[in-house]
Design a protein around this ligand. Sequence first.
Ligand code: FES
Length: 75
Amino acid sequence: SIDESAVLANGKINNMINLDSPKVVDSQKLQSGEKAVFCRCWKSETFPLCDGSHVKHNEQFGDNVGPLIVNRKKD
Ligand code: FES
C-alpha cells in the first residue's frame, strides 16, 4: 500500500514506480485506430497505463486526478 503521509513529507509524487531509476520515462507507439489510457496519478499497478487506481486515490484524499486518453486516428 501507499504511505501518502510519506509522499507529502518528502515532496515526492512517485512513491512506487521504478524507484531505483533516476527518471521514469515511457514511450509507446499506437497502431492505427488504437486508443491508450495513460496513468497520471502514479498509483497504477500497470503503469504507464491506467488501471483505475485513481478512483480510490480521489475518494481517499479528495483529489481529482485522472488519466490521459490518447486516440490515434485510423490511417
Ligand atoms: Fe493513475 Fe488511472 S490509475 S490515472
